[in-house]
Design a protein around this ligand. Structure first.
Ligand code: GYE
Length: 308
């Protein structure tokens, strides 16, 4: 009956699901892989994706979300550039009865009903994993002090806040591991290089470790270290997060010591989640991703298998 009815009344025909997706930007290899994953998954699923690039600015994301509300999309998905400041626009989506799902980064809101679900990595755990690698490494040189410089991600973003906190939590019980400088590099190669140059100028040779909140900043910083006449991976240990191909190549070249995996391939899970939410099915409030840690010793073996 429905098939016959939908032939007569077009409104009853199955309409493709429409998702409005506000992406952070194109700041890193991670991000471009994430965008590709989301676009490919939507295409494969026959979902109409309205894609907006916020160029790392919250105001652009707010505008995009308002336009998705005005267009009456079925589901709004977004990766919030920063954690705070979302209450107003999320209340507008709620009032319009358009469900919101968060992907990759979290928001901090007092009313948890303002979004249906959050799918993304555990960034605090990633920070802990990065620090645990250093703790193990430091055991080879008992008593030695390690001066650490930290390249933070975008100020106010969930991964920057959490990766700092997780790392800090683990090194807190190891007095020989000290963060001597910490500044944002906004998750980009160019900024990572620039800030590392400033660290090197200020600290001279007194840097033993670089902890970068993502691979791109580490790769930019590696260039700065080399230009300063030092050997990244040897004179300065380099630790980062994401696990993009560029990081594996740097590890094979002996310039990066370890990368903690953070998968950007969230597209398929995001589409499934959006379908469930649109259908009014109950969904988990928090969906995490399975990830590993890759030290330089396994880089050559793993590189051919990396998907991003
Ligand atoms: O680590 C970084 C990107 O939010 C997890 O954003 C993401 C981070 C990722 O720019 O490379």
């Amino acid at each position: 009956f429905l098939a016959a009815a939908s032939a007569i009344i077009p409104a009853l025909a199955a309409k493709p699901l429409v998702i409005g997706f506000s992406q952070v930007g194109a700041e890193s290899e991670w991000r471009t892989a994430n965008t590709r994953s989301v676009k490919d998954a939507a295409k494969k699923e026959g979902i109409t994706l309205k894609f907006a690039d916020a160029q790392q600015r919250q105001e652009n994301q707010v505008k995009a979300i308002r336009s998705f509300i005005a267009q009456r999309v079925d589901v709004i998905a977004f990766s919030p550039v920063v954690e705070s400041g979302w209450e107003t626009v999320l209340r507008e989506a709620k009032a319009a009865r358009i469900p919101v799902v968060l992907t990759d980064r979290a928001v901090s809101v007092s009313d948890p009903t303002l979004y249906a679900s959050f799918i993304g990595s555990d960034f605090v755990e990633e920070g802990r994993r990065a620090a645990r690698w250093l703790v193990e490494r430091a055991k080879k040189a008992p008593g030695r002090t390690f001066n650490i410089v930290e390249l933070q991600g975008t100020v106010g973003s969930a991964p920057a806040i959490d990766r700092k906190a997780g790392f800090q939590e683990v090194i807190a019980s190891h007095p020989t591991l000290k963060i001597v400088r910490s500044q944002t590099g906004d998750f980009t190669r160019a900024k990572g290089k620039e800030v590392m140059e400033a660290f090197l100028k200020a600290q001279g040779k007194n840097i033993d470790v670089l902890y970068a909140h993502n691979d791109d900043m580490a790769i930019g910083a590696i260039q700065a270290i080399e230009e300063a006449g030092l050997k990244p991976g040897k004179d300065i240990l380099v630790i980062s997060i994401d696990g993009v191909k560029g990081a594996f190549q740097a590890m094979v070249a002996g310039k990066l010591n370890v990368t903690v995996e953070c998968s950007p391939l969230l597209g398929p899970q995001l589409m499934a989640l959006a379908r469930d939410v649109a259908a009014g099915k109950p969904v988990a409030k928090r969906i995490t991703v399975q990830e590993g840690v890759f030290p330089a010793e396994v880089a050559a073996r793993e590189l051919p298998h990396r998907k991003y």
